[in-house]
Design a protein around this ligand. Structure first.
Ligand SMILES: [Zn+2]
Length: 264
């Protein structure tokens, strides 16, 4: 079977085991059904996910021009504390920013390799946790806008990491932590204006990923440098495909890459 299209991050579905889908314009593919089969990936050409021109992808699946101007690529996306829509101040497009920032956000703890703090829109839970490859996660506060979530993250990252070690995440060397207890320990460090939004009764969510075997030595596939690869798919975790020879492929980092996939 051959599939062709432009890569976007894998769509997911929380189930006993996470279900993963590649969605192309004409087709979609449930990758769980490709486990233990040979998958070849052939890079054909770039296509910016915004302007659809065949321009080299700069970041987030878009060309440099789109990255510099699109309202959903502003600095407040990765640094939520820089959000200003709650003040009525525009970064690139106030209508867009109000819609995106002035909605419920969650500050959470997720354990994918170590416990880390993060921020997401409430509507992105549990998708965000699955994308990070977290095997357990818990909500800490639910706030009405992105700015409040951002200042909470800034305050709490004095006490807990805000980064994932993705190499560690792709091994089977994972600890089960008591996230309820860690959440309680962090409670005193919440910013004053956020304390009322603490979620005292939140429970851990456990997530199981479809991985048959974990790699011992990891190599990363970069289609920009190596336009063709084939291997036996042994697992999917976070936004990574894991192959029999230790090669891992970060699908999200290849958004905007037009590819053909062959399964045999
Ligand atoms: Zn573009």
């Amino acid at each position: 079977m051959t599939y062709e299209g432009v890569l976007t991050k894998m769509q997911t579905e929380l189930n006993d085991v996470v279900q993963y889908y590649l969605v192309f314009e004409q087709d979609f593919l449930n990758l769980n059904q490709v486990l233990d089969k040979k998958l070849s990936i052939n890079f054909l050409k770039y296509r910016c996910l915004k302007c659809e021109k065949e321009k080299k992808v700069f970041a987030n699946g878009v060309c440099y021009q789109c990255f510099s101007t699109s309202p959903d690529m502003g600095q407040w996306v990765i640094r939520p504390e820089l959000s200003t829509a709650h003040l009525g101040q525009e970064d690139r497009d106030l209508d867009y920013e109000q819609q995106a920032q002035l909605q419920p956000h969650i500050v959470y703890l997720a354990n994918s390799s170590n416990v880390k703090i993060g921020v997401t829109r409430k509507s992105q839970i549990p998708t965000r946790w699955i994308d990070q490859g977290a095997h357990e996660a818990i909500e800490v506060v639910e706030v009405p806008n992105r700015y409040l979530a951002g200042i909470t993250e800034v305050a709490l990252k004095e006490h807990v990491s805000d980064k994932t070690n993705w190499r560690q995440m792709l091994t089977n060397n994972l600890k089960d932590l008591d996230l309820v207890a860690i959440k309680e320990e962090l409670r005193p460090y919440l910013p004053e204006e956020v304390k009322e939004y603490y979620l005292p009764n939140a429970q851990e969510l456990e997530i199981k990923f479809p991985v048959l075997t974990y790699p011992s030595a990891i190599k990363t596939l970069n289609l920009g440098k190596t336009p063709f690869y084939e291997g036996i798919l042994k697992g999917i975790k976070g936004q990574y495909l894991i192959f029999h020879d230790g090669m891992v492929f970060n699908v999200r980092k290849h958004e905007g890459f037009g590819v053909s996939l062959d399964i045999s």
